[in-house]
Design a protein around this ligand. Structure first.
Ligand SMILES: [Zn+2]
Length: 255
């Protein structure tokens, strides 16, 4: 019998430090990664990458319309998430383990899953620039990584697109969004992002209009206020001829 050495190592590590399914908490088998096969089979995929007009994109386009009622140049903005999460289903723990518990491998794993689906979608296959929602430097410093960047890196690789962390900047430290209502979240992040100017090294492309399709990536989509604030900042530089789409691992809703 030819058992890969990494499986033997995983078995030994599973005895020493049992790995648990992020969703249901059961012990993982040697071939299971992050969540058990049962929870993987039940992963509430949105399939939003197959429908340009979907609930998440509709919600986001309504926000844009509300914020910029006179903007008739903006085309319908694409938005997609990999799976639904809610207070009731355990899939929220995938997002929380990445965001709060340093579970970068889980972010890479599910980011790759999201990227694969987007790369197979006509709507997203032509993305050439992937931009993660940035953290303020103070939060980045205390957390040690940006969870959106972990996902964006995996997505960019699958889309064969360029990951750019030097374009968008969070210029204001905002309080945590968790306990705010919809209006509070919008006010909290409004104007919190800027695009780095051309005068700085490693700034936006020399000719922004040469960019084709930008994908803004975050870990989760709740009210859409963070994505809207980033979108608004990017639009100050990139003309409407450059498409800007949004992708996240989780979107609140579903079952
Ligand atoms: Zn499970």
């Amino acid at each position: 019998m030819n058992i890969p050495i990494r499986h033997i190592f995983t078995c030994i590590m599973d005895i020493l430090i049992p790995r648990r399914c992020l969703v249901c908490g059961c012990s993982l088998l040697v071939n299971e990664k992050h969540i058990c096969l049962h929870c993987m089979a039940d992963l509430p995929l949105t399939y939003f990458w197959t429908y340009r007009h979907n609930a998440m994109a509709d919600r986001f386009n309504a926000l844009i319309e509300q914020k910029h009622p006179d903007n008739s140049h903006e085309r319908y903005v694409n938005a997609a998430a990999l799976f639904f999460y809610s207070h009731e289903n355990g899939y929220r723990e995938i997002l929380y383990s990445l965001k709060y518990h340093y579970n970068i491998p889980a972010g890479e794993f599910f980011g790759k899953m999201l990227g694969k689906r987007l790369s197979q979608s006509e709507t997203y296959a032509d993305v050439d620039i992937v931009i993660p929602v940035p953290l303020h430097w103070r939060r980045y410093w205390s957390r040690g990584y940006n969870q959106a960047e972990v996902i964006a890196k995996a997505v960019a690789k699958e889309l064969n697109a360029e990951l750019r962390t030097d374009i968008l900047k969070r210029n204001r430290h905002t309080s945590t969004q968790t306990k705010l209502d919809i209006e509070g979240k919008a006010a909290n992040v409004e104007g919190a992002f800027i695009v780095k100017t051309r005068t700085l090294p490693g700034s936006i492309p020399e000719r922004p209009e040469d960019a084709h399709h930008i994908l803004l990536v975050d870990d989760m989509f709740t009210t859409g206020s963070t994505a809207l604030a980033c979108f608004t900042a990017l639009r100050t530089v990139f003309p409407p001829s450059v498409r800007i789409s949004v992708a996240t691992l989780g979107v609140v809703g579903g079952t």
